[in-house]
Design a protein around this ligand. Sequence first.
Ligand code: MG
Length: 253
Amino acid sequence: MKRFFLSMIMLTTICAAHAQKPEDTEVYLPVPPIVTPGTNYGDAPSDAVVLFDGKNLDQWVSADHTNQPADWIVQDGILTVNKKAGNIQTKQSFKNYQLHIEWKEPTDIEGEGQARGNSGVFLASTGPGDDGYELQVLDSYNNKTYTNGQAGSIYKQSVPLANPAKKPGEWQAYDVVWTAPAFDENGKLLTPAYVTVFFNGVLVQNHFELKGQTLYIGKPFYKAHGALPIKLQAHGDKSKPISFRNIWVRELK
Ligand code: MG
């Protein structure tokens, strides 16, 4: 009998120690920062770095000659590719971020496949030319090409989950979450890059793990780097140049 009571006391003590309260799983710190959203969907929120608001290219330089200004055309609040001037990139470098960018194919677009309104958003520019990680921009409304090269693809690495492309002449939007790859001090890859992309509000890349930089020829591989600029492509196809507007980025700490 005595042993029974002792056991009961021990059991009660154990239960009391493990009694869970709702408060045990409530978190009060850190407090998320207050961010004021834009008035309309796609407008830059209060904590965004505005990269292009229709006025000028003050946030950009030539990608091949970074001491020279970005020589693309700004007119009526719109940025249009100047193919002769080559790629342009942000003055500022970024690691992990959320990006919003809108783009439009010309109404009278011509050409086919990869030669029909080709441009691109290099989520990190690892060097001149097309070095980096390209989110493809292309007229994919009614234009057959390799699917890992259509709009919304991570060029030659990941086919988009859907094709929500709008007609040429209509504005389209990418909303991107970019997680930069991390390397140790010897340049060894610690964690790969990941990307999530919404194309016109439709999920087309879902936390895709990149295999390295996006290459035109060959298998992708990583080269160590830190924070890098975002780059826009002046593709050499013969079709009319595409346009951009409303570009902003939110750095993720
Ligand atoms: Mg491209």
